[in-house]
Ligand binder design. Structure first.
Ligand code: AHR
Length: 331
């Protein structure tokens, strides 16, 4: 397979991907790294990486995509990018295509936790290492992936609940907006939050908004009709929280004041909402995984054994910290 375009092409294709291309072949970077460079296989061939991304459901996700693409360009690697539009079957097809293309490694941000064995066995048989980013999977045989680089989603959920417990004195009627069913962050953030609730904190409704702003808004609109007396919203990501804030305002409520809102991700829009007094807190989940992911890819291609998990540290930001922090936000 011939790859002839410049590194810039990767970014251009990234934009196409964000416009929902299932599979965009992103060009190579032969001009950026000569033999022996970081992106070189050691045999005078530029490494080709396949990146199977979940989609573009949130600002967090597009920041992650950009980080990995930019890092590939920096290191002179070729990158083929696939946007699965939130569907596991698309992602499995993309991984199979990468295998057929003979990529040197695959970066996979899995949509959901289960159902990966067959395609990962195919990658293993083809001798292609798979680096998981941001979301974990459940497989009996962990040799099917080289490493996982991700946040601790259970800890994130716990942090959100502990903050809410302190803020409310341990009494709250909570609406939970869950992420995509079956996705590791939805499962783990639900668990971490539930584990840290005090006896006076009740989840009165819990529904999926699929990690999307529109999802958060629609679910909140529907739940407000049944639970107008809610006192808090816990959203598994900022985009859903921002959608919920809109719904609360349209229903005549004051998010941030008469309904407390806490979420996860730490995107710029969330900081703006905190500065505006509408979002009370967000747990940062760092999407800028490009450097760590590409380090892992290069090591895996060289046959190095990697730690099975690298945990990316997170922290909570509250409304009172937002104005000072906003100028530093990178995503
Ligand atoms: O896997 C990370 C989660 O996926 C982010 O919190 C969310 O915004 C994204 O869609």
């Amino acid at each position: 397979m011939k790859h002839t375009s410049s590194p810039r092409r990767i970014l251009a294709a990234g934009a196409c991907a964000l416009a929902a291309l299932l599979l965009a072949g992103c060009g190579p970077s032969s001009e950026s790294s000569g033999p022996g460079g970081q992106g070189d296989s050691g045999q005078g061939k530029v490494l080709l990486i396949g990146f199977a991304q979940v989609g573009a459901e949130s600002a967090w996700r597009t920041a992650e995509t950009r980080s990995i693409m930019e890092e590939a360009v920096k290191r002179g690697l070729d990158l083929n990018f696939a946007d699965a539009q939130g569907k596991q079957e698309n992602q499995i097809k993309a991984v199979r295509l990468f295998i057929a293309q003979g990529v040197d490694a695959i970066i996979l941000a899995p949509v959901v936790e289960t159902g990966w064995e067959p395609v990962l066995q195919e990658a293993k048989r083809a001798g292609i290492p798979v680096v998981l980013v941001d979301r974990g999977i459940k497989v009996a045989d962990e040799s099917l992936f080289a490493t996982l680089i991700a946040s601790d989603f259970v800890a994130e959920g716990r942090m959100a609940a502990e903050w809410l417990a302190t803020k409310t004195g341990g009494t709250a009627s909570i609406v939970e907006l869950q992420g995509t069913p079956g996705a590791a962050p939805a499962i783990d953030r639900k668990k971490g939050f539930a584990d840290a609730l005090t006896s006076g904190m009740k989840i009165i409704a819990s529904q999926s908004g699929d990690f999307r702003r529109t999802g958060g808004k629609e679910v909140m609109e529907a739940l407000l009709k049944v639970h107008p007396n809610l006192t808090a919203v816990y959203a598994h990501n900022d985009d859903m929280a921002l959608g919920a804030i809109q719904a609360l305002e349209e229903a005549g409520k004051k998010p941030g004041t008469d309904v407390l809102v806490v979420s996860i991700d730490g995107v710029k829009d969330a900081f703006e909402a905190m500065v505006a007094g509408k979002l009370n807190g967000t747990v940062e989940c760092n999407p800028l995984l490009g450097p760590l992911a590409l380090d892992a890819v290069l090591k895996a291609v060289q046959g190095e054994t990697l730690p099975k998990r690298t945990i990316v540290p997170d922290r909570l930001f509250t409304m009172d910290m937002a104005a000072a922090e906003l100028p530093n936000r990178k995503y």
